[in-house]
Design a protein around this ligand. Structure first.
Ligand SMILES: [Zn+2]
Length: 66
């Protein structure tokens, strides 16, 4: 299972696998503990997850307060 998480430091959306315990943010290099980060979506595959990220980014651009 893949998921879309929000970096607690820079707020960017990123992809993670639920088999991982930690993930380094490619945007700000923060080490994120997956148990503690905000998860915004789940996906069955990496490609599904990346299209979710694209959709979420579009949604954010439309309503920046989300
Ligand atoms: Zn970050």
């Amino acid at each position: 299972m893949h998921m879309v998480i929000v970096c607690s430091k820079c707020g960017q959306l990123l992809l993670a696998k639920n088999t991982q315990k930690t993930r380094r943010c490619p945007h700000c290099e923060a080490r994120l503990v997956l148990e503690k980060v905000k998860k915004v979506a789940h996906a069955k595959s990496a490609s599904e997850a990346s299209s979710l990220i694209r959709a979420l980014k579009r949604k954010r651009a439309d309503s920046p307060n989300l």
